[in-house]
Design a protein around this ligand. Structure first.
Ligand code: FE
Length: 212
């Protein structure tokens, strides 16, 4: 199959002043598009060309894994962001309070883990099979689906996500992440996490979030 670059669900300048138009253009047009072009090149004439991105994450290795996972992670990152004011659904809010104490405490824990992550990677809020929530970070292209966890939101910790706007100051980028976080996406993923688990086992289609 031809892997396609997901359409960015907002304009380049939509997330300003927290994430600049210049950052978004570089991040999407160069980095994200680059992974798509590379995956198409790597899987051309290969058996794994029929794999979905999730199947690559579960089964592929090396460069194919890295590029496929980076496409998934960036798709997930764009959906995790919005210019709209959003808030967690009642169900997600209750679960965050149960697992972290409060929304604020959750944000502190997420920020701390993201800040403490060494080098390139990703910070995730994940749901486990039993509904437990946890904050995870992953290195380079790695993704919690490998551990059968359902990602609810992600923050890109690669320097290309913030270097233009914040130089090396990841803390400032993380502080502003909360200004553009798409709680609608997090809530949708949480409401549908049992379906995600079945989908990860190949039993059904992945629930598809309609970006508004
Ligand atoms: Fe990135």
């Amino acid at each position: 199959m031809d892997y396609e670059l997901m359409q960015l669900p907002y304009k380049y300048d939509a997330l300003e002043p927290y994430i600049s138009s210049e950052t978004l253009q570089f991040h999407y047009d160069k980095h994200h598009a680059g992974y798509v072009a590379k995956l198409n090149e790597l899987t051309k004439d290969s058996e794994s060309a029929s794999y979905s991105l999730v199947e690559h994450i579960q089964k592929s290795q090396g460069a194919i894994f890295n590029n496929a996972a980076q496409i998934f992670n960036h798709d997930f990152y764009w959906l995790s962001l919005t210019a709209k004011q959003t808030k967690p659904s009642e169900t997600l809010q209750a679960s965050i309070i149960e697992h972290f104490g409060s929304i604020q405490k959750f944000q502190e824990i997420f920020t701390q883990k993201a800040q403490g992550h060494f080098g390139s990677g990703w910070a995730w809020l994940c749901a486990h099979k039993d509904g437990t929530l946890s904050v995870q970070t992953s290195s380079n292209a790695k993704n919690p689906i490998e551990d059968s966890l359902v990602p609810l939101i992600v923050c890109d910790l690669w320097e290309h996500a913030y270097y233009i706007d914040y130089r090396n100051v990841r803390a400032k980028y993380l502080e502003n992440y909360w200004q553009v976080l798409n709680w609608d996406f997090a809530s949708f993923n949480y409401e549908h996490y049992p379906e995600f688990i079945e989908a990860m086992q190949g039993l059904k289609e992945f629930p598809s979030f309609k970006y508004q």
